[in-house]
Design a protein around this ligand. Structure first.
Ligand SMILES: [Zn+2]
Length: 163
C-alpha cells in the first residue's frame, strides 16, 4: 500500500499511475505553491508580483494596486488629480522612495519608455551642484552628460511639484 510522500495518508490504488507520489490534497497544495513562486515583494502582508513591464502589482478585491504607488501614497498621501507617480531612474522595479516622484500626467510616456540617465544620485548631484552656482556645462562635464540634458533636467525639476 503506497502512502502520500508528504502527509503519509494511504493512497487510493488508482492514483498509482499519477506522476506525483502525493495524495490529491497535497498534490494540489504543491501545485498552488509552485504557482505562487513567481517573484514577489511582500509589503504589509500583501504580495506584489512582478508584471510584464516590471511593475510590482497586487490584483485583489477588484483593484490593481501597484507597489510604487502604494509606497508613495503611504509617505505623501493620495495622488492629486492629474498626477501620477513615476520612477526617476526609469527602472520600474526600483521602488525606493527617493526614486519615486510625482509628475503631471502627459509627461509620462516619452520619459518612461527608455531608462533615464537620471538616477536618484545623479539628480541629487546636479541639484546640489546647480545650487552652488556651477554652470550647466561644467555640471555636465562633472557627471559625464551634456549641457543640454543637464539644463533640460534642471528645468523640469524646477517645474515639477515638490511632494
Ligand atoms: Zn498527502
Amino acid at each position: 500500500m503506497a502512502n502520500c510522500s508528504k502527509c503519509g495518508a494511504a493512497l487510493a490504488k488508482k492514483r498509482d499511475r499519477r506522476k506525483t507520489d502525493m495524495c490529491n490534497r497535497c498534490a494540489t497544495g504543491a501545485a498552488l505553491r509552485a504557482k505562487a513562486k513567481r517573484p514577489f515583494i511582500e509589503h504589509r502582508g500583501i504580495r506584489y508580483y512582478r508584471e510584464k513591464q516590471g511593475w510590482q502589482a497586487h490584483h485583489g478585491h477588484g483593484a490593481r494596486r501597484r507597489l510604487h504607488v502604494v509606497l508613495w501614497e503611504e509617505a505623501h498621501g493620495p495622488i492629486p488629480p492629474g498626477h501620477f507617480v513615476a520612477c526617476i531612474d526609469g527602472q520600474v522595479h526600483n521602488n525606493a522612495l527617493d526614486n519615486l516622484e510625482l509628475r503631471r500626467k502627459g509627461s509620462h510616456l516619452p520619459r518612461e519608455r527608455r531608462p533615464s540617465e537620471w538616477t536618484p544620485e545623479k539628480v541629487r548631484r546636479i541639484a546640489s551642484l546647480a545650487g552652488l552656482g556651477i554652470s550647466h556645462s561644467n555640471i555636465a562635464k562633472l557627471i559625464g552628460s551634456t549641457q543640454q540634458r543637464v539644463s533640460g533636467k534642471l528645468k523640469r525639476m524646477a517645474n515639477e511639484p515638490t511632494p
